[in-house]
Design a protein around this ligand. Structure first.
Ligand SMILES: [Zn+2]
Length: 326
């Protein structure tokens, strides 16, 4: 049973029951709903202005993380650039200089990447910072291109190196007689030598190494024996063709250790010091020819001598000593 509520009527000075009409009930309900709605709106407003929704805060955290990673990636990109630049520098300034070939033209190394239009898909994405992203894509493309050119360059260097190795192995580059067994250099290369017996200018086109009969004589570079015979002037003599314009001759030998047509390697014993042909004592007459013209063999000894020894050999060969062949 519903409770009856009373109120004090001042006009009648009596307590009278409160009569609730339907109209006042509806008005009360509407009033209550209005106040509740306004309060709810206020609470939502305060919450939105002071607190971040959970989903948005997750996105913000992810965004922050992405920016950090983006920064790290850019640093890595810069490090990769530095490495590639170092490779390019070594390629152009060291390897290609050693191999006596031209550096790669900067127009090829620095060739453009084609501009922003290549990244149309990205520019359509309405990114917050499109320049930052586009620059990164451009840098990566540029890096890929530089690496491709560098890789091609190494292929070329490898081919050049193989060819140069053959040239270096072939070029006369050691003494034909071991320094320990060498007694002295009796006569140096002298295109204007006055011959004491012939009484006229008669060039001495090689170097005479004085050593005991039987001392080993070495091929001074890789090549092929093109002659090995007995000459009236040279005595037992060996001619070696090294290719690339170089030939060497080894004269007055006691005997041969090779045959005509045989391939030889640098440092291989090809014969022994002797006193055959027009020779005044046991020695090796050694000649180097470039494109059939005799040149001073002193310029082709560097590989087996230290600086002091090399200076000594030069000094000996420059002295006005008498060649032992005539
Ligand atoms: Zn000589």
């Amino acid at each position: 049973m519903a409770k009856i509520k009373y109120y004090y009527n001042t006009e009648t000075c009596k307590y009278e029951p409160i009569k609730v009409t339907k109209k006042s009930m509806i008005l009360n309900i509407l009033g209550f709903m209005t106040i509740s709605f306004v309060m709810a709106l206020g609470i939502i407003y305060i919450y939105r202005t002071n607190f971040t929704p959970i989903k948005e805060s997750v996105l913000r955290a992810e965004n922050h993380e992405l920016k950090l990673n983006w920064g790290i990636l850019n640093e890595d990109l810069q490090t990769a650039y530095d490495h590639v630049n170092e490779l390019q520098f070594k390629d152009d300034r060291i390897y290609r200089v050693i191999l006596d070939t031209e550096p790669i033209p900067s127009t090829i190394r620095q060739g453009g990447t084609g501009g922003h239009e290549r990244y149309g898909d990205l520019t359509d994405q309405n990114l917050e910072d499109p320049v930052l992203v586009l620059n990164a894509y451009e840098q990566i493309d540029d890096l890929k291109k530089k690496l491709y050119i560098q890789s091609k360059s190494y292929d070329e260097i490898s081919t050049l190196l193989t060819e140069k190795e053959k040239i270096w192995a072939s070029r006369p580059a050691i003494q034909p007689v071991n320094n320990k067994e060498l007694k002295r250099i009796a006569g140096g290369f002298n295109p204007r030598r006055f011959h004491p017996i012939l009484k006229k200018i008669h060039p001495h086109e090689g170097i005479d190494f004085t050593a005991d009969i039987g001392t080993p004589v070495y091929a001074t570079g890789d090549g092929t024996v093109t002659r090995a015979y007995r000459s009236t002037t040279y005595g037992n003599v060996i001619f070696i063709n090294h290719g690339y314009g170089y030939q060497t001759r080894y004269a007055h030998l006691h005997k041969f250790n090779i045959r005509y047509g045989e391939p030889v390697k640098r440092g291989q014993v090809i014969g022994y010091v002797g006193n055959t042909g027009r020779s005044q004592g046991p020695h090796l007459h050694y000649e180097v020819l470039y494109k059939y013209r005799p040149i001073d063999p002193i310029n082709f000894f560097q590989r087996d001598l230290d600086n002091e020894e090399y200076e000594k050999v030069i000094e000996l060969s420059r002295r006005e000593t008498m060649p032992l062949d005539y």
